[in-house]
Design a protein around this ligand. Structure first.
Ligand code: PMP
Length: 309
């Protein structure tokens, strides 16, 4: 990708991307002590507008998670939202984009710790299409790697170093010919995908693991649960047994990166009828319209970059 017209929010201002550099001695680079976010912006051809989906919720989570790692950023959530919009305008995005804020321990010292270190943050954006391009259904592998435990590295905080766990699972799945991994929590209950939450459907009921089963508390997950409630689809948050994969009617992954991707097979066996289910398809279509500002109830979640109402 060419760096022409590319910028980053770095050192408190928007600078050309080449200037957004950190030292090899940076504490976060050495120890994984950082927090990141993933946010999507969707181009509406109809309105000639770029909408950032649930920007404020992402920035609130980013600041909350950063505080957990004792990174105290000198910005409010609203300021980070404004900088993000400014960045997208500077880059003149007129296509779907993915926005990556990162908060990190910026001190250049050796010694693993959280205290007595400087913190900093950066935001950059890239053009982005599908993360898992499987509209007809992804095939997952139940990973041999367990999801990071809340008493080891809490999954809920989106900690940079914790994604080694996701990377191990994703590459194992890829190596064996699958599209993604499904991870079990340390007690063996079903947790989530390598970079997305997991939902299944049994007899018309949407089921997803609770936030206490070593998952990232996904914003898309929350959106889908809200959509299910509005659509009259019963939904429960409860622990899910691995063997329920064999009796589920449908399943899908959901997250900022993946949007909604149907899951049609696990470990080489078909899930349900081996094709995207009715509830998955309905929620997936609704979600994809909502993020582009096309659905009234969810329009409040779409922040226009160029200023349409
Ligand atoms: N779980 C993991 C491990 C993730 O990395 C992500 C992506 N951020 C999600 C779930 C989905 O979260 P969200 O809907 O907030 O993007």
């Amino acid at each position: 990708m060419s760096n022409k017209n590319r910028f980053a929010f770095f050192g408190g201002k928007i600078v050309p991307i080449e200037e957004a550099k950190v030292s090899v001695m940076t504490a976060s680079f050495n120890y994984g002590t950082g927090i990141f976010e993933g946010i999507r912006a969707f181009w509406s051809e109809k309105e000639k507008e770029l909408f950032v989906f649930r920007l404020k919720e992402h920035m609130d989570r980013f600041l909350r998670n950063s505080r957990f790692l004792q990174i105290h950023l000198p910005y409010s959530s609203d300021e980070l939202c404004d900088r993000t919009l400014e960045l997208l305008r500077r880059e003149e995005y007129k296509r779907d984009a993915y926005i990556r804020p990162v908060a990190y321990k910026s001190s250049t010292v050796i010694g693993v710790r959280l205290h007595d270190l400087e913190g900093a943050c950066t935001i950059f954006a890239i053009p982005f299409g599908e993360y898992i391009d499987k509209p007809d259904g992804a095939r997952l592998k139940v990973s041999s790697w367990r999801r990071v435990d809340d008493n080891a590295i809490p999954a809920r905080f989106k900690i940079v170093g914790a994604y080694v766990n996701s990377a191990l699972a994703k590459s194992e799945a890829h190596r064996e010919g699958y599209d993604d991994a499904l991870m079990l929590a340390s007690d063996g209950s079903l947790s989530e995908g390598s970079a997305a939450n997991f939902m299944l459907v049994r007899e018309g009921v949407l089921i997803t693991p609770p936030v206490t089963d070593s998952i990232l508390e996904g914003i898309t997950r929350r959106t889908i649960l809200e959509m299910a409630a509005r659509e009259g689809i019963p939904a429960v948050e409860r622990s899910v047994d691995r063997s329920e994969l064999c009796v589920a009617d449908e399943a899908f992954l959901c997250g900022t990166g993946v949007n909604v991707v149907p899951v049609t097979g696990v470990d080489g066996y078909p899930l349900g009828e081996g094709k995207p289910g009715a509830i998955t398809t309905r929620l997936g279509k609704l979600y994809r319209r909502a993020v582009r500002g096309e659905v009234g109830e969810y329009r409040r979640y779409c922040t226009p970059v160029y200023g349409s109402a």
